[in-house]
Design a protein around this ligand. Structure first.
Ligand code: C2E
Ligand code: MG
Ligand code: MG
Ligand code: MG
Length: 279
């Protein structure tokens, strides 16, 4: 939206604009250093089977521990990393780190689980993305079927035949593919049939106001029913209350992720609190 405004209106150098621009520049430079200094860390948020509460996996979420500022939210630095292209290096670090962690847990005999990793649109534009992911899987020895890649609708829509091919090539490596923030992007549903997708992830925006908001309940229920009809798995994100969970159980939503179950945890916390040795 601000890009649109930038194109169609004159820009005045107001103190606020300058401050914002300076902040961005400073953040960009610090991101650069942070990548070199390994100031990033992954947290893992568990995902559960709605029916029996069994752990099915987790989502890896990147955190920036800045020496100057402490923890910086990805909501603040991911958009900048996307604009500058730094997300490509960061995204690869995230994928490799998640695979290394997953392999460690497997080797430690902890319950095997799927690790979901967020991909950015910029990464999808890399010519050699498939080879790069293949290399990371090979180097880390993390079994590809335990990896899940989260993409958004806007990333793959409008990509035409090329996007279809890319997703098939990704899928051929072995990971599962999930559509993150489902329902917030383009509303064309035809693509669901053309892409080799395994899962829809209902955006937390549709979960937040359940059971108060009738429209959101209809939308969530519709996504769940559609996933069932298309033989896709469906997971709800941002589940915070028992009332939301009750609704999702009634609708037969396959899986849930949210603060009701657990916040994203450090690898150590995750292993201690969530993972168990199988009996
Ligand atoms: P997302 O992929 O949709 O991730 C879910 C976000 O919801 C996470 O925020 C998570 O901490 C938060 N969340 C989980 N459960 C609840 C809940 O019950 N209530 C509420 N209110 N929030 C909940 P986080 O970690 O701040 O990440 C924000 C976004 O940043 C992510 O949204 C994702 O788009 C992006 N992101 C995070 N890590 C990565 C990454 O490694 N690569 C890329 N490209 N993007 C990332
Ligand atoms: Mg995600
Ligand atoms: Mg999401
Ligand atoms: Mg989301």
């Amino acid at each position: 939206q601000s890009k649109e405004q930038g194109r169609n209106t004159y820009r005045f150098y107001t103190p606020t604009l300058t401050a914002a621009a300076n902040e961005r520049l400073a953040l960009e430079a610090r991101l650069h250093r942070a990548l070199a200094n390994e100031e990033f860390v992954l947290h893992y948020q568990p995902q559960f089977d709605t029916k029996n509460n069994a752990l099915i996996g987790c989502e890896a979420l990147v955190r920036w521990q800045s020496p100057e500022e402490g923890m910086i939210s990805p909501l603040r630095f991911i958009p900048i990393a996307e604009e500058t292209g730094q997300i490509v290096v960061l995204g690869e670090w995230v994928l490799r780190t998640a695979c290394i962690q997953g392999k460690r847990w497997l080797d430690a005999g902890l319950s095997p689980l799927t690790i979901a990793v967020n991909l950015s649109g910029r990464q999808l534009q890399q010519r050699d993305l498939v080879q790069r992911i293949a290399l990371i899987l090979k180097e880390t020895q993390f079994p590809a079927h335990y990896l899940k890649l989260e993409l958004t609708e806007s990333m793959i829509m409008g990509g035409g035949e090329q996007a279809v091919e890319l997703l098939h090539a990704l899928k051929a490596l072995g990971p599962r593919l999930s559509i993150d923030d489902f329902g917030t992007g383009y509303s064309s549903l035809a693509y669901l049939k053309r892409f080799p997708i395994d899962e829809l992830k209902i955006d937390q925006g549709f979960v937040r106001d359940i059971p108060g908001d009738q429209n959101d309940m209809e939308i969530a229920a519709t996504i769940i029913a559609m996933a069932r009809n298309l033989h896709l798995k469906v997971i709800a994100e941002g589940v915070e209350t028992q009332a939301q969970l009750d609704f999702l159980i009634r609708q037969d939503c396959y899986a849930c992720q949210g603060y009701l179950f657990s916040r994203p945890l450090s690898a150590t916390e995750f292993a201690r609190a969530i993972l168990k040795k199988p009996h």
